[in-house]
Design a protein around this ligand. Structure first.
Ligand SMILES: Cc1cc2nc3c(=O)[nH]c(=O)nc-3n(C[C@H](O)[C@H](O)[C@H](O)COP(=O)(O)O)c2cc1C
Length: 298
């Protein structure tokens, strides 16, 4: 969904007049007429679901209590999901984790000086630094696979070590790596080129509602969730864990960034439709859950 469509739906469902929708959504009269004609079903669906949406937070918390739990797919013997979603494309190797020169900043200092940093210097990140950020946040130090269970262990905790989050990198300024959207393979510790079309950077900026840090960052971490990896073991309660797991990754990105004289800003304000579309995700089996901009401090 593009911003025009989103803007139209957003203001229309809030009862704005046609003139105000055109103004607020930044669309032309022709766009407005076209959207009016073609989005009637979508509008009806939004109106129908609005009462459900109004209480979804409380319902989610209440209905994911153990009292409502049923036997999980794992207990029922449903085949296990894979621990990693393999994506094909041009491989870009990264400095191996075992060769990294670890930064020496004391942990207390990193914690104490951490702030959300939204302005970055033009200095690019070095590949070693990117490799370190990935080591801290997403790298799988162990991978075990059998018929019953496939699992990774990483430097962040995850409920049942299901690690349902995948890491994409919107690389803008990393020494020796051409800009583009990459998938990070957590076991092979390499990048896989996912989208190097000229539009991808702008799509991500738009999907993050044009927040200032996106184009200035050296790299934007885009974390996606594959819920079934966790739901297989924990049922619907597993959805709680996706967000908790994302928080751990975010904090490790923050602290690791501090340690290399970089700064990070977490982003929860993004347009789901636009971000999922930019990454080619269906928004249900896999969806964007959290974003982190990182760059050298100014
Ligand atoms: C879940 C979450 C979502 C956030 N989303 C955004 C965002 O979309 N844009 C932004 O500028 N900052 C965002 N932030 C950063 C917060 O605004 C920031 O952490 C807060 O203002 C406290 O400042 P500090 O991090 O410097 O201590 C987010 C932080 C978290 C934890």
């Amino acid at each position: 969904m593009d911003m025009k469509t989103f803007g139209y739906l957003y203001y229309k469902t809030r009862g704005y007049s046609p003139e105000d929708i055109i103004k607020q959504a930044g669309i032309s009269e022709v766009d407005f007429e076209f959207l009016e004609k073609n989005l009637q079903d979508v509008l009806k669906e939004i109106e129908m679901l609005r009462p459900v949406a109004e209480n979804i937070g409380q319902d989610f918390t209440r209905l994911t209590r153990y009292i409502y739990e049923r036997e999980s797919d794992q207990t029922l013997g449903v085949p296990r999901p894979d621990a990693i979603k393999v994506r094909s494309g041009e491989i870009v190797p990264l400095p191996a984790t075992g060769t990294l020169k670890m930064p020496e900043m004391p942990l207390a200092k990193a914690i104490e000086q951490r702030r959300s940093v939204r302005k970055y210097s033009a200095i690019p990140l070095q590949q070693e630094e990117l490799s370190f950020l990935l080591w801290a946040s997403s790298w799988a130090r162990d991978f075990r696979s059998s018929e019953q269970m496939e699992i990774t262990f990483r430097n962040v905790p995850s409920a049942g070590s299901r690690h349902p989050l995948e890491t994409f990198l919107d690389i803008r300024r990393v020494e020796g790596i051409k800009p583009g959207l990459y998938y990070y393979h957590p076991v092979k510790h390499c990048l896989v080129l996912y989208d190097d079309s000229p539009e991808i950077a702008a799509k991500i900026h738009e999907g993050c509602m044009f927040q200032e840090m996106i184009p200035k960052a050296a790299v934007n971490f885009i974390l996606t969730a594959v819920p079934y990896r966790t739901v297989w073991r924990y049922g619907q309660r597993g959805y709680r864990y996706l967000y908790l797991d994302a928080g751990h990754i975010g904090q490790n990105i923050h602290l690791a960034a501090e340690a290399i004289d970089a700064g990070a800003c977490m982003i929860g304000a993004f347009l789901d439709e636009a971000m999922n579309e930019a990454l080619g995700l269906d928004g249900i089996e896999e969806f964007v859950i959290y974003i982190a901009s990182v760059g050298k401090k100014p």
